[in-house]
Design a protein around this ligand. Sequence first.
Ligand SMILES: CC(C)(COP(=O)(O)OP(=O)(O)OC[C@H]1O[C@@H](n2cnc3c(N)ncnc32)[C@H](O)[C@@H]1OP(=O)(O)O)[C@@H](O)C(=O)NCCC(=O)NCCS
Length: 179
Amino acid sequence: MNFTQLKLENADEVIQLFYSTFRASENEEEAIAVSGLVTNYLQNYPRKDLKGFVALDGIQIVGCVFFSQLNYIESDVSVFILSPMAVKTDFHGKGIGQALINYAHQELRREGVNITMTYGDINFYSKTGYCPVSEDAIAAPLMLSYPDGWLAHSLDGTSDLKIEGPSSCITELNDQSLW
Ligand SMILES: CC(C)(COP(=O)(O)OP(=O)(O)OC[C@H]1O[C@@H](n2cnc3c(N)ncnc32)[C@H](O)[C@@H]1OP(=O)(O)O)[C@@H](O)C(=O)NCCC(=O)NCCS
């Protein structure tokens, strides 16, 4: 398995990966929503506030994860949020998801990112270092319908999991139905 940054020439393959994976794990509506989000991401890519990483089996993309910037105007801490990610259904349970996140963390750390956030299932994301945080400690950019899913990870191991002030996200995530 190889890991690399996502290139725009692989946009269609990645959109299809999100559609088929979420159709299998959730339903058609979720598949359309998530692949639509990824399509929006890739209309303006590459860019500094959005990073995509892929897992490759030969030349086939079998996993993809996106991280986008969260801005905390009262703080100089660099924060990115993981959303969404998918591993091709036939490849689940082989450690690819965790290895892809670890690769992405390494790249983000190299670029000076201090903290990564996500909004999801602690049972999976705790395997790559995420732990639950309150919105008082680290503000979410929109209202959370499932506050227990608000998770943080210190990439440098030293940053406190506490950030002053409110936050904002990239336009594509600025949609209450996603939170
Ligand atoms: C979630 C996902 C990315 C995990 O990828 P993966 O390559 O199968 O994961 P790994 O093999 O690295 O890790 C598997 C471990 O995570 C756990 N896990 C996987 N998906 C999980 C989920 N949705 N909830 C809780 N735990 C999960 C497994 O139980 C397994 O635990 P174990 O090692 O103790 O048995 C993949 O299952 C997927 O694409 N799911 C559909 C889309 C999705 O839910 N994306 C995440 C939200 S954006």
